[in-house]
Design a protein around this ligand. Structure first.
Ligand code: PLP
Length: 413
């Protein structure tokens, strides 16, 4: 398709190329439509133009986003602390609700200390540029989250002589080889860092943390795990992917995570680990020195969400049995779902336009599950990503399975 005639488009480089890009996306069926939600995030949500639909694409894994205690804690927070901090943390922007939240996060992981950020994206842009130095080497799984990739790129561009490389997804031998090669490299004299997602957000598979720990120990490397999709989901009490593997929080040198998924879903992220590492982040982290803290209302809600999770680990059991039921159902509808112990169930359909069309059709059946294509996943690997929550009832999961069966029936017509 040719781009639309540039009648009203002023002639400068930006408007020309942007019109081309948007036209290309529209014509190839790849344009994302943002759906408007007209009520709280929950297992059932009210979607503009569709009414009530069963939601299978939020990260509300434990159903805490609209939990009455979590909501109430936020309301109390805004009453007590007002609308905002109006300052960065080290000047006069640290409130006792931040202190409480960070103590709770450290307790949750059983580690010395934690520090909160306005997002996990922010946490990942703080940790690498702050803790890593020239002469260090960062080795990252190729499928790590975009915020890890960008955090490492930022670190390497700020600190000349900071080395970085990538290992093939889950390729432990490849990782070991890179660490061995680094031993022979006279330019790499500092700390080695190995970085992985706990749960990979697009595949739904998990990092082999025990094996990664062994390899790190062999080479004196630190292990950093971003467990944004594992927190509240993995392990018997929802501590995360390390608990799934039977490891303590202290077995990971630094964990980064989000408060925007299972832990209430408001916003915010954190880094948890050694007191020394956190102290350095407070002193030197650019996002901590130059950007406001988490709003107090959000800190209060997140603190309550973690409290509820610690008090009610049965939410994690409910999530697990929902995941098993959903995976069985997806297969019974004739679709293949990538196998894993996580709450992320990707149905691979390859083509981006097809994934978007399927997702749109599912909405007609009252099921909201989003299609992902390039650039979120590589070209040719488009998928419908179904995410399960402890808040789903059997009726929600039945609706999902029936929707998928109708899609299948339509496709074979
Ligand atoms: C969602 C996610 C993030 C981003 O979290 P925000 O708090 O929304 O910025 C970072 N890392 C991983 C692995 C994620 O899945």
């Amino acid at each position: 398709m040719t781009p639309t005639a540039a009648t009203a488009v002023p002639s400068n480089a930006f408007t020309r190329r942007t019109a081309d890009t948007l036209t290309m996306l529209r014509d190839s069926g790849q344009m994302k439509a943002l759906q408007m939600i007209e009520g709280p995030m929950d297992a059932t949500i009210r979607l503009r133009g569709y009414g009530d639909v069963a939601c299978f694409c939020s990260n509300n894994y434990l159903g805490l986003a609209n939990h009455p205690e979590v909501v109430e804690a936020g309301i109390e927070g805004i009453r007590k602390y007002g609308a905002g901090t109006a300052s960065v943390r080290f000047i006069c922007g640290t409130f006792d609700c931040h202190e409480r939240l960070e103590a709770r996060i450290a307790e949750f992981y059983g580690v010395e200390a934690a520090y909160s950020f306005t997002s996990c994206w922010n946490a990942n842009e703080a940790i690498f540029p702050t803790l890593c130095e020239p002469g260090d080497l960062i080795i990252s799984d190729e499928l790590n989250h975009a915020s890890i990739i960008d955090g490492i790129r930022l670190a390497a561009s700020i600190k000349k002589g900071l080395h970085r490389t990538v290992y093939k997804h889950g390729d432990l031998e490849g990782l070991r080889q890179k660490l061995a090669d680094a031993k022979a490299n006279p330019e790499i004299t500092g700390q080695r860092w190995v970085v992985t997602d706990g749960v990979f957000s697009m595949e739904g598979d998990i990092g082999d943390l025990p094996a990664l720990r062994r390899i790190c120990d062999e080479f004196g490397a630190f292990l950093v795990v971003d467990d944004s999709h594992g927190t509240g989901v993995m392990g018997k009490t929802g501590r995360g992917t390390h608990e799934h593997w039977g490891m303590k929080g202290t077995a990971i040198d630094f964990v980064t995570g989000t408060l925007g998924k299972a832990l209430g879903g408001g916003a915010g992220g954190y880094i948890a680990g050694s007191r020394q590492g956190i102290d350095l982040l407070v002193q030197r982290g650019r996002p901590t020195l130059f950007s406001n803290a988490l709003p107090c209302t959000v800190a209060c809600s997140a603190d309550k969400a973690i409290e509820v999770l610690m008090r009610e680990p049965q939410r994690v059991d409910r999530l697990r049995s929902n995941v098993e039921k959903a995976r069985r159902g997806i297969r019974s509808a004739g679709f293949e779902v990538l196998e894993s112990p996580t709450a992320i169930c990707p149905i691979i359909v390859h083509d981006t336009a097809k994934a978007i069309a399927m997702s749109k059709r599912l909405l007609d059946f009252g099921v909201f599950a989003i299609g992902f294509g390039y650039p979120v996943v590589p070209e040719g690997h488009a998928r419908i990503r179904v995410q399960i929550s402890a808040a789903h009832t059997d009726a929600h999961i039945d609706a999902l399975v029936n929707g998928l069966k109708r899609l299948k029936a339509e496709a074979s017509r």
